[in-house]
Design a binder for this molecule. Structure first.
Ligand code: ATP
Ligand code: LTN
Length: 334
């Protein structure tokens, strides 16, 4: 970890299970970047409480997440892995940025519009304010790159706008970050509705594959996946979004290009594609699940990794926060 490397920061909120879509859209890039970037990966627990959480379940899920981060290949020696709530500067800078964010900017956010208009949704101020805390997460560490899926693009644009506005008014304090969105797999679709993104808050567990799903469950979910009319297996996200989604997953988890698979399936039906995709995902997840079981059994070791990560993150975050407070005209702490 040298100061000259580009700085990467990302995270996922433990508001449900970790899914293959999170791995494909975000985590596999985290793993790819850890050798070349100065990288920080968070457990985004402060964001998770923007929707109601059961405390015991949240705690267990947070350990699951950290163990899965490691099981997927993140090395705590190479990265700073920490919980957002362990570094109080996130909430503090979030407040400052609130005072520089316009209501209209947040009202435009499509994730807020989606979540707040869901049937029965009780909307709290935190859900509305979510993107400002996310901006604070990123700007505190002067991150240059933020590896996320396509759905986070709008939040990153807001982060950039806030950084530029703040710098313009108070001097060059923040690095303006770039999104890092993969070319393939940035938007994995629901297995039950190829018009919707795969999401951990989907009420139907058939719509997603969790990283910890058992092989039999994975096979069952793929077999029940909603595909398209017709029978030809070809990559066409507009005409055949269900088939295109399966081909994308198959290609990523098998490591073989989509055209190779199209050729392989010539003359075969959707059933063959579903089983092949399930097998590729099962084979890929099997060693991850085995590593997870060992890592998850030792909560003290996971606590130690988070404590070490938070200590390192805190030093960096505090530096930025002090500069911000000073620029705003707050009195120095003597
Ligand atoms: P929720 O349903 O709780 O809002 P989610 O399942 O949509 O959650 P997030 O926690 O918002 O997931 O996302 C975590 C990371 O995974 C982000 O980088 C996000 O862009 C990425 N991601 C989420 N859903 C997908 C998807 N369907 N395809 C690719 N990447 C995704
Ligand atoms: N909003 C993100 C989670 C998140 C995040 C971040 C991602 C919170 N803070 C900072 C990247 C950088 C999401 O994936 N839903």
């Amino acid at each position: 970890m040298t100061a000259s490397r580009p700085i990467v920061l990302s995270g996922i909120q433990p508001s449900g299970q970790l899914l293959i879509s999170h791995f494909v859209g975000a985590m596999r890039n985290w793993v790819a970047m850890q050798d070349t970037h100065d990288s920080l990966f968070m457990l985004v627990d402060l964001h998770a409480i923007t929707v109601a959480q059961n405390p015991a379940e949240l705690r267990a899920r947070c350990y699951d997440f950290v163990a899965l981060y490691l099981a997927c290949g993140l090395d705590p020696q190479k990265n700073t892995i920490f919980a957002q709530s362990h570094v109080s500067a996130h909430a503090e800078l979030g407040w400052v940025l609130n005072c520089h964010t316009h209501m209209g900017e947040l009202e435009r956010m499509t994730q807020f519009k989606d979540k707040s208009t869901r049937a029965g949704a009780v909307i709290n101020v935190g859900l509305f304010d979510y993107p400002v805390l996310m901006a604070a997460d990123i700007l505190l560490y002067q991150a240059t790159h933020v590896p996320v899926g396509a759905d986070q693009k709008q939040h990153l644009e807001l982060t950039r706008d806030l950084a530029i506005r703040f710098n313009h008014q108070f001097g060059p304090i923040f690095t303006v970050p770039e999104p890092f969105i993969p070319e393939t797999g940035a938007r994995i679709m629901s297995l039950q509705d190829p018009g919707k993104k795969m999401s951990k808050s989907d009420p139907s567990a058939l719509s997603y594959i969790a990283l910890l799903d058992e092989p039999a469950t994975i096979l069952k979910k793929f077999k029940k996946a909603v595909t398209d009319s017709g029978s030809e297996i070809r990559f066409d996200p507009v005409e055949k979004p269900g088939v295109a989604n399966l081909l994308t997953l198959l290609s990523i988890f098998s490591g073989r290009a989509i055209p190779e698979w199209e050729q392989h399936f010539a003359g075969q039906g959707y059933g063959a594609l579903k089983v092949q995709t399930a097998e590729a995902v099962i084979a890929f997840l099997s060693p991850i699940q085995a590593r997870f079981a060992a890592l998850r059994a030792d909560e003290a070791a996971l606590d130690a990794i988070l404590a070490d990560g938070a200590a390192r993150a805190r030093v960096r975050a505090e530096q930025t926060l002090r500069r911000v407070y000073d620029a705003l005209g707050f009195l120095p702490r003597r």
